[in-house]
Design a protein around this ligand. Sequence first.
Ligand code: FNR
Length: 390
Amino acid sequence: EIYFNHTLYNTTPIASTNYFKLEASAKKLLAPEAYDYAAGGAGLEKTVAANRAAFDKWHILPRVMRPVQPKRDLSTTLFNRTIPAPIIMAPVGVQTLFHPTGERSTAAVFGQEGLPYTQSTASSTGFANVAAANGAGNPRWYQLYWPSDDDLLRSYLTTAKKSGFEVLVVTVDTWDLGWRTRDLDRGFFPFINGVGVQIGLEDPVAHEKLGFDPLAKNATEEQKQMAALYHTIVTSRGVSPVWENVGKLREIWGDAPILLKGVQSAEDAKLAMKYGLDGVIVSNHGGRQIDGAVGSLDALPAIVEAVKRNLTIGFDGGIRSGADIFKALALGADFVQVGRPVLWGLAHQGEKGVRHVLKSLLADLEITVGLAGCASLKDMDRSLLVEKRG
Ligand code: FNR
């Protein structure tokens, strides 16, 4: 039994507070193809490893004897909303692979904590059900896989807006799927092998284009397969988004914030600024797209230097502990996203497991911030880190 007492960890422990032990325990609970789908990456998984190795290149240099009592303030303001901590749910598709409650559980827990929840276009739960689980008035973001069909683009964004999604996150690194060897070896592709991409299946414009409603009672198996393929093809197969089309997003989404997710080059971050985007998320999709791509944290400092004053900067890839979050924030990220840790929690009893993971990260971060001599996130900067040499 795990026992500890921390005001930010007021919930029931699950399996372990150590990420790696939690992952091992989740592996035992999951179908092998589900575990591999989440744990794996592209190619030889060098970038999955690089994401972790990048954190080891930095050490925290704590300051002491500072007035950090009684409580550390982790709150921050993103796009005019104050949130209790800079931790956001990364967009992750097909979550019912990991627990039957899927997105309902993750959306519920992030909502309860008042932390932004990002719904993926590849979600196995539709907009309305995610919004309901997340709770009225909570910060909700929508992650777009940019459809090649403009009518579908308009329909997705309009439904997202209506369902209370406030920030648009456009993932630009996955217009084709990376060479994911674990899934290839199994012939496993969740959208085709039974987990529906619900946003596409529910979309009225998609129904018009298909000429049928794949969710109707009388839909045939063949129609369901066709609909799954249609959705996959128009959203993430072979059509690369281009800068010149950013205007289309702005026209539909209006003045509300738009971020690009999957930016690794400072030059692209500058282009995002030039094209009027509100922010970038430094990410390599958890090492799932380009094997051999730079570790995500390694890409962060140059982007901070290039656009920090003008754009909001998010970060993801390899965050496993409070210290990891500390390092990303001290290097200049405005917020971090977590992916796999939440999934391993989800695999353990749905909502209860997700709550355990999120509360653990919050408590761990709060302790680390305080012990490093910071009373709030404003006190955190690069002077609290040393770069490992050699
Ligand atoms: C993802 N990720 C992802 N990203 C995205 O923009 N849309 C999506 O649908 C998905 N789906 C998805 C499924 C699974 C199983 C994983 C593990 C990841 C990438 C995700 O948003 C994020 O970039 C990484 O997961 C961050 O790395 P960590 O925290 O998992 O190491």
